[in-house]
Write a protein that binds this ligand. Sequence first.
Ligand code: SF4
Ligand code: SF4
Length: 203
Amino acid sequence: MSQRPVISIQSIMRILPQSQCGQCGFAGCWPYARAIVRGEAPPDLCAPGGMTTATALAALHAGSGPMAHAGAPKPAQRPLETLGINVHECIGCGRCLPVCPVDAIAGAVGFLHAVLADSCTGCQLCLAACPADSFVPAPGECRACAATARYRYRYARKRRRLARALRPESRRVATARKQREITEALERVRKRRGWQAAPPTLE
Ligand code: SF4
Ligand code: SF4
């Protein structure tokens, strides 16, 4: 009886383009790679990677099982194209910051934003988020199938950061934060009413 080869997520990640564009229907290359390993997704969903990527993924299965047969992926809904920001259009709203899967946009709310050219994968997810239409093509090297360690690293770093932000606060940290907020609120009231130390009593 032939045994299904053991395939790691990392071996698949080395083949996927790492644009993190979501055109496979998953929230990035890593979730797609995990679905392939679990046998939940076929190897031919990555449109930017095209037939080259699909064939390489199928080959990992060493010619056995249904996953070893890749059809031609659907054409890409949008091409991978690196972007920049038109400084005359950016209104500093910050809406593009959370959608960039590799944190390639630098900026803060109220300030002009900029794209870090060597980190932009060309996924174009920021286009739909920008209400001012300020993203413009900024052609760099072709990103398709680049599979660079930089994109993997930056994507993983953003995932970890978001996971940390979603983690519930420990009781000790929550208590300290509440205490600090109460102290700061009291201080603001004191200043506004001109109290020196403690608020006046009723008697
Ligand atoms: S590059 Fe391919 S595998 Fe990665 S998110 Fe885009 S479609 Fe999915
Ligand atoms: S700047 Fe835009 S195109 Fe570049 S990686 Fe971020 S979301 Fe994708």
